[in-house]
Design a binder for this molecule. Structure first.
Ligand SMILES: C[S@@+](CC[C@H](N)C(=O)[O-])C[C@H]1O[C@@H](n2cnc3c(N)ncnc32)[C@H](O)[C@@H]1O
Length: 208
């Protein structure tokens, strides 16, 4: 694809995202897609040598998906779950070699089972978890850890100073989070967090 075509696609996708946001701001969760530096910081958390699928929740226009491919993830290992049909079409057109499941992340376990996907080494979430109802947040995070392999990691960004998963949900599921990056160059600035099962976090800390 020519650079001018790429730019045209980028502008068109951002406008589509903005249009959807104007119609239903709470469903989209952000006014603009993540920038390159934030997407790269999310992808950098993934262990490219570990086996398993990378499941992205809330793919939007595919900026994080692009970063997953940039770090060398096998396209056959990338699965994007997106709820908005028009955005599913954008991602499928932009990355024909990956799997896109048009569905709701609150039904993650069933969606992956029906598609025969597993094991999962990373769940990369672009969902605004703190802004959605607590029940949906709990369902999504619980199912993410149901589908993740023991060594798996949930990667989540946030625009706020606080942890992106509420304390009640994290402690109820016995998971622990760490802020691994500030991405000050993103607009707005963002932080990338990674969550693991508490037992795994202890093992990693013990081995360090
Ligand atoms: C804040 S945007 C992030 C988009 C993209 N990952 C990025 O970083 O630019 C959140 C995306 O999640 C999608 N989304 C929100 N709730 C969802 C859900 N329950 N299941 C699947 N997708 C959802 C929205 O349609 C939107 O595309």
């Amino acid at each position: 694809m020519e650079i001018s075509e790429l730019r045209h696609d980028l502008v068109r996708n951002n406008l589509r995202f903005l249009r959807l946001w104007l119609q239903r701001p709470a469903r989209l969760g952000a006014l603009v897609p993540s920038g390159r530096s934030l997407a790269a910081a999310m992808a950098a958390e993934i262990d490219t040598t570990a086996p398993g699928a990378v499941v992205e929740l809330g793919g939007g226009t595919g900026n994080i998906t692009a970063a997953l491919l940039d770090i060398g993830t096998d396209p056959r290992d990338i699965v994007v779950i997106e709820r908005e049909p028009s955005l599913c079409r954008v991602i499928a057109r932009r990355f024909p070699q990956i799997r896109v499941i048009c569905g709701d992340a609150t039904k993650l376990r069933g969606l992956l089972r029906r598609a025969g996907i597993g094991p999962v080494k990373a769940v990369v979430s672009g969902l605004p978890l703190l802004a959605i109802p607590k029940r949906a947040e709990r369902l999504i995070v619980a199912q993410a850890f149901d589908v993740l392999a023991d060594y798996g990691v949930l990667i989540q960004f946030t625009y706020g100073p606080r942890a992106p998963i509420s304390r009640a949900v994290a402690s109820g599921l016995d998971i622990a989070g760490d802020r691994s990056h500030w991405v000050l160059g993103n607009l707005p600035p963002a932080a990338v967090w990674q969550y693991r099962r508490r037992a795994e976090s202890r093992d990693i800390a013990g081995a360090a």
